[in-house]
Design a protein around this ligand. Structure first.
Ligand SMILES: O=C(O)CCC(=O)C(=O)O
Length: 298
């Protein structure tokens, strides 16, 4: 878990962290300075997840809570029975809106009256972290976007079974690294339906060559899949239960194994989870987009 980040900036600032000349940031432009320390980035590659406390400003947190509530109030379906707790803000987007930031932003701002700031929160406050944790790319894309809403006393149906997000994709699709940014909109704990993460099994430290090229796509995939492949067939009971305040973000690699607990409390548990990819994720035909491929402004 990243330590006290009470005053963590919501957007990129000019703060140089890490060894720019020593491998991991080599391909990151001078203007993209680190919100995360080199130790935090290394921890993400080692365990498959990273927590950043209080990553969102209170205004951005309130804006996302408001949009979440508006979407929930507009639902005609039962959020648990019919939607498995997942509420997607946008549906059936045309190709242009799935592949062009400006078109996506326009469509996104029309979802509910509360939706105005959503696209800019994604690009200004969340994508910069994803950019630092995925292999460097000119082509960072918003891959998916969803709210995950567990109503009061939602019971066992609101729990998510152990899974890796990448397990639902083909080998071709999952060769493009993805990251889930699980943003707590309420304080989360075991009681109201938080995530449990099973960190990657430790492996023999990568060779110097692999270490220096951790930002390279092939090395990234090698390190993450290599570690994930060492998971035992059954999930590990020593998994980490994520307790964090609203506004904090749990970053999860597409390969890290996780599940979540049911909401047993009398209050809503709301989460917003955009996912990013290091380039467009395509199906086996090399053409069809698996989900969104909205390029983020750098
Ligand atoms: O929000 C949750 O409870 C779990 C979500 C999750 O595991 C997922 O969407 O992959």
């Amino acid at each position: 878990m990243v330590g006290n980040a009470e005053h963590r900036p919501a957007t990129l600032e000019l703060k140089v962290v890490g060894k720019q000349a020593n491998g991991i940031f080599d391909n990151v432009t001078d203007t993209l300075m680190a919100l995360l320390t080199e130790a935090e980035i290394t921890r993400f590659h080692e365990s498959g997840y990273l927590i950043v406390l209080d990553a969102l400003s209170s205004n951005h947190l309130k804006a996302l809570q408001k949009e979440c509530d508006a979407l929930f109030n507009d639902l005609e379906e039962d959020v648990v029975e019919d939607l498995g707790c997942i509420v997607e803000p946008v549906h059936n987007l045309e190709h242009a809106a799935r592949t062009m930031y400006d078109v996506y932003q326009r469509r996104r701002s029309l979802v509910t009256e509360a939706s105005g700031p959503a696209a800019s929160i994604i690009s200004s406050s969340v994508a910069p972290y994803a950019r630092l944790l995925l292999p460097p790319t000119q082509d960072l894309c918003l891959f998916n976007e969803q709210y995950i809403i567990k109503p009061p006393h939602a019971g066992p149906q609101s729990a998510f079974q152990w899974h890796q997000d990448s397990q639902f994709m083909s080998d071709v699709s999952r060769s493009v690294p993805t990251i889930a940014c699980w943003i707590a909109l309420d304080d989360v704990s075991e009681h109201n339906g938080t995530v449990k993460v099973e960190p990657y099994c430790p492996v023999v430290p990568p060779s110097d060559t692999a270490k220096q090229k951790e930002d390279d796509l092939q090395t990234y995939n090698y390190l993450h899949t290599g570690k994930a492949a060492r998971y035992l067939a059954h999930s590990n009971p020593s998994a980490i239960t994520i307790n964090m305040r609203a506004g904090s973000i749990l970053f999860m690699s597409g390969y890290v194994r996780h599940c979540s607990t049911p909401n047993r409390t009398g209050r809503f548990r709301r989460v917003y989870m955009p996912q990013f990819s290091a380039g467009p994720v395509k199906a086996d035909d090399g053409q069809t987009l698996v989900a969104l491929a909205v390029p983020l402004p750098s």
